[in-house]
Design a protein around this ligand. Structure first.
Ligand SMILES: [Zn+2]
Ligand SMILES: [Zn+2]
Length: 319
């Protein structure tokens, strides 16, 4: 009898052990595909032309990006805004995976939720921030869609003092970005630097070029923080892109933007992080909405109703 009891106990232990081993394997497989990214930071330089960034072979306006930061990641020379080439529609496209002609003057909430809301819904304890020189970018933290309206909101630091307060200088946005990353540890961040667009509209070529060079310096400051702060180092993916370009010279020149010309559509793309190829250049045709899907994959949350795709060619494993 004692022998039988011991034998039964033995069977129970073996069964439990086998079951728990199987469960462990399943959990590991479910968790991710071995991705190392825990944070995603997206920097938008508002409105420089590709011809003045990566499209200029001298790269004289983006020396930090082209000489040192490039070694860490991957440039795409064939990246486009295929929707509405204005500020809010451009930011909306990369934040939702959808092209939609949202009012560019800030009079309308996005009709569908963004990656920021889906991320906060999935990971309520994580911090998510929208930090922007242009106050109107704050609208992207919310949506008019009833299931998500006023829910899962990102923190915002936009314009002089929030929506309706006006634009502020990129130097302040960079300073605030450094403080927020250092003290709040957000895991998903959108940053807008506005000056190239502002000086373009002012038809001031010198200031327009100078502000692209300044953006490059600000990005270098943010990259230095990411590469040294223990919360971000080796577990953060950074995207650097534009919301739109500006007209080619044959379509009105650098002062304005907003149509389908190559100058307005063709924008810069650079990405780096622990899951991406290093010191690489690709020419796979991707577009703004694909940033939303790639972010959702990297941070492991669902992004329903997006029209974008995951930019698989960026990933190291596809080498
Ligand atoms: Zn503009
Ligand atoms: Zn144009």
């Amino acid at each position: 009898m004692i022998y039988l009891k011991n034998y039964l106990t033995f069977l129970v232990i073996i069964t439990l052990t086998l079951y728990s081993c199987k469960k462990d394997v399943e959990i590991i497989e479910e968790k991710d595909e071995g991705l190392k990214t825990e944070n995603v930071i997206i920097i938008i330089i508002d409105g420089p032309r590709y011809a003045e960034t990566w499209g200029d072979n001298s790269h004289e306006n983006i020396p930090y990006l082209a000489k040192t930061i490039k070694l860490k990641g991957i440039v795409n020379t064939n990246f486009f805004n295929n929707g509405f080439t204005y500020t809010l529609p451009g930011h909306l496209a990369l934040s939702t995976g959808r092209y939609y002609p949202i009012d560019n003057f800030g009079g309308e909430l996005p009709p569908f939720p963004s990656i920021y809301q889906y991320y906060k819904q999935t990971y309520p304890d994580k911090n998510c921030w929208i930090i922007s020189s242009k106050d109107k970018i704050e609208l992207l933290s919310n949506t008019s869609e009833s299931d998500y309206n006023n829910k899962y909101l990102a923190n915002t630091d936009c314009g002089i003092n929030g929506l309706g307060s006006g634009y502020r200088e990129d130097s302040i946005t960079t300073y605030n970005t450094i403080n927020i990353l250092t003290n709040e540890h957000p895991s998903l961040v959108l940053i807008n630097l506005k000056d190239p667009d502002t000086w373009g509209h002012a038809n001031n070529w010198e200031k327009y070029i100078e502000s692209i060079k300044k953006s490059d310096e600000y990005i270098n400051e943010i990259v230095s923080l990411i590469d040294t702060n223990p919360y971000y180092k080796d577990k953060t993916t950074l995207f650097i892109t534009n919301d739109h370009g500006r007209h080619e010279d044959a379509y009105g020149g650098f002062q304005n933007h907003g149509d389908n010309c190559e100058g307005c559509r063709h924008i810069m793309f650079f990405g780096y992080g622990p899951d991406f190829k290093k010191n690489s250049t690709i020419d796979t045709r991707y577009e703004l909405v694909d940033i939303a899907n790639t972010t959702a994959k990297l941070l492991n949350f669902n992004l329903p109703n997006s029209n974008g795709i995951v930019m698989e060619e960026l990933f190291e494993k596809n080498n």
